[in-house]
Design a protein around this ligand. Structure first.
Ligand code: CP
Ligand code: NVA
Length: 346
């Protein structure tokens, strides 16, 4: 069966099969090549897209805006505190209003339940640009980036997420690898492990896909043989700043440094991060935390971040191509399917 994602929302990875997720990754790769080769064809001409951001963003907003422009669509940005959402109007009502005006809606916000309401009532595709629980568009970029940086078959790839195992990125990495039949590890102190239900779901998915899942507090065991070591901020957007002290206490031993990279035993191991990263003192938060704790880097050292093995900016670029794939596949009409070419030949 050819994959057809027209009119589908992209709310979380668990709503998608391996074939569907891989289709989006491959379409992202194809769109990337077309853009680089100057033969990209527009399949979103005249579409109107709403970009709702209840939290701040650099990559996700830029990816949606540039992808939409490349494909001929128009965007309307609605930033944090810039609309009636939540204060004077429910999300259910907002969904029914925006669905009358827009062809697709990107939503970045807090609880996943909110975007599920939007998806249920908008009547047009809704795409998750990050919630407290999931970061699915990030996963498409990450899988594409891994594919570009290893010659291994997907089933042989090992990646280890190190850090706050309960956050959106960690949870998404856990289920995405399990769906795709990859070898996923989460190395985190036990209080920061993904919840038991989610661990069980990931194990079930891996049992079906042929993947493996390991959640451990043993950092060395987690990263052994890893092809990719991945980390993210220790305190996520929406969490209170008071969390920093406890998080630093828990996660200081899990900072990704050159020893952690060496512990993979894999000379080709790559470092990944969804960004933004606190790897030096060049940010307000980085400097404040340095003043309070003496740490000049948090989740990753500057040395690892800046090393040749770091592929974080490839990940960032791939947000554009894969976000474009999501919009083209769900909104682009029949020409976006497997059976009909999206592009003219170079
Ligand atoms: N990785 C990511 O989602 O980045 P932004 O918060 O800048 O969008
Ligand atoms: N876990 C991070 C991801 C940022 C892209 C956060 O939610 O802030």
């Amino acid at each position: 069966m050819p994959v057809n994602l027209q009119h589908r929302s992209f709310l979380k990875e668990l709503d998608f099969t391996a074939e569907e997720l891989l289709y989006l990754v491959e379409l992202g790769a194809t769109l990337k090549a077309a853009r680089a080769g100057g033969y990209e064809r527009r399949s979103l001409d005249g579409k109107n897209i709403a970009l709702i951001f209840e939290k701040t963003s650099t990559r996700t907003r830029s990816a949606f805006e540039v992808a939409a422009h490349d494909q001929g669509a128009h965007v309307t940005y609605i930033g944090p505190d810039e609309s009636q959402i939540g204060t004077k109007e429910s999300l259910r009502d907002t969904a029914r209003v925006l669905g009358r005006m827009f062809d697709g809606i990107q939503y970045r916000g807090f609880d996943q339940q909110l975007i599920e309401i939007l998806g249920a009532h908008a009547g047009v595709p809704v795409w998750n640009g990050l919630t407290d629980q999931w970061h699915p568009t990030q996963m498409l970029a990450d899988v594409l980036t891994m594919r570009e940086h290893t010659a291994k078959q997907r089933a042989d790839v090992v990646y280890c997420y190190v850090g706050d195992g309960r956050n959106n990125t960690a949870r998404s990495l856990l289920v995405t690898g399990a769906i795709l039949g990859m070898n996923v590890r989460i190395a985190a102190p036990e209080p920061l492990w993904p919840e038991a239900d989610l661990r069980a779901t990931a194990q079930e998915l891996a049992a079906c896909s042929g993947g493996t899942v390991l959640v451990t507090d043993d950092l060395r065991r987690g990263v052994r043989d890893a092809d990719f070591v991945y980390t993210d901020v220790w305190v996520s957007m929406g969490e209170p700043a008071e969390e920093w002290a406890r998080r630093i206490e828990l996660l200081r031993p899990y900072q990704v440094d050159t020893t952690v990279m060496a512990d993979t035993g894999n000379a080709h191991a790559k470092f990944m991060h969804c960004l933004p990263a606190l790897h030096n003192r060049e940010t307000e938060i980085g400097e404040q935390l340095y003043q309070r704790t003496g740490l000049d880097a948090l989740e990753v050292t500057d040395e690892v971040f800046e090393a040749p093995a770091s592929i974080v900016f490839d990940q960032a670029e791939n947000r554009l191509h894969t976000v474009k794939a999501v919009m083209v596949a769900t909104l682009g009409g029949s020409s976006a399917g497997h059976d009909a070419p999206v592009f003219t030949n170079p």
